[in-house]
Write a protein that binds this ligand. Structure first.
Ligand code: KIV
Length: 261
């Protein structure tokens, strides 16, 4: 039986940390799911990591749907959540309903994630939840607002900004979000939010006090050419891949591959 949004809330009550990784294709989705993560996120970070865009802004809903369908074929046990891309939900709750509806109908994912807080996204989350669509919220460094922030900068570093993020998190929980990503905010703020909310907080660059942690899989595997300071690589697949390619090229050029027999 696949993990449900309700189980994630129970994991928090039980004090069981929630494990989240991103995926954008069948190959990695199946490896990650078979390895036992709780939630697989088809994150729009794929725009930068897998598709080579400079920000997450250019990726379209059709592109995300294409990748999410491939991920769905690989994920059997984890909860599958798909990011709504930039400008597919910000215009109005109706636009969000249409985009999120396409995600659930066309990919078979169980939930969507969207970025932002008070007041617009609170109304949008309420609308989606009323329409039967589970929503994961995302506050702090929300990469779709990178130009407004002037770069991928830590958020919530002043008392005023910190209080705003806290109020947004509370309002998003009240609107019906089943979980919330806290990205690149001070650890003490993430701890306060995690203590105040009953829904789980999933941290990235937000310290150890969140109810779960997410990393971009390419960063976690040491595949990315660049990764944020707060990411941790558990392997060095970029170096291993480069070495394998160089060994193959050398064998082909010296006619050692394929062998006679
Ligand atoms: O797009 C993404 O991968 C994300 C995670 C980093 C939370 O939003």
């Amino acid at each position: 039986m696949a993990v449900t949004t309700h189980q994630l809330v129970n994991f928090k009550k039980e004090g069981r940390p929630i494990v989240v990784l991103t995926a954008w294709d069948y190959l990695f989705a199946k490896i990650i799911d078979d390895a036992g993560v709780d939630l697989v996120l088809v994150g729009d970070s794929m725009a930068m990591v897998a598709l080579g865009y400079e920000t997450t802004l250019p990726i379209t809903l059709d592109e995300i749907l294409h990748h999410a369908k491939a991920v769905r074929r690989g994920v059997k046990n984890a909860l599958l959540v798909v990011d709504l891309p930039f400008l597919t939900y910000q215009e109005s709750p109706q636009q969000a309903m249409h985009s999120a509806g396409r995600v659930l109908k066309e990919t078979g994912a169980q939930a969507v994630k969207l970025e932002g807080g008070y007041p617009e996204m609170v109304e949008t989350v309420e609308r989606l939840v009323r329409g039967g669509i589970p929503v994961m919220a995302h506050v702090g460094l929300t990469p779709q607002s990178v130009h407004q922030f002037g770069g991928f900068r830590k958020q919530g570093t002043t008392a005023e900004a910190s209080d705003r993020i806290l109020q947004e998190a509370i309002a998003l929980e009240q609107a019906g979000a089943f979980a919330i990503v806290l990205e690149y905010i001070p650890h003490d703020l993430a701890m306060t939010i995690s203590q105040k909310l009953t829904i789980p907080t999933i941290g990235i660059g937000a310290g150890p006090h969140c109810d779960g942690q997410v990393l971009v899989t390419a960063d976690m595997l040491g595949l990315s050419a660049w990764s944020p300071r707060f990411a941790k690589a558990y392997a060095n697949l970029r170096a291993a891949t480069t070495e394998a390619v160089q060994n193959f090229a050398a064998d082909v050029r010296s006619r050692q591959f394929p062998p006679e027999k």
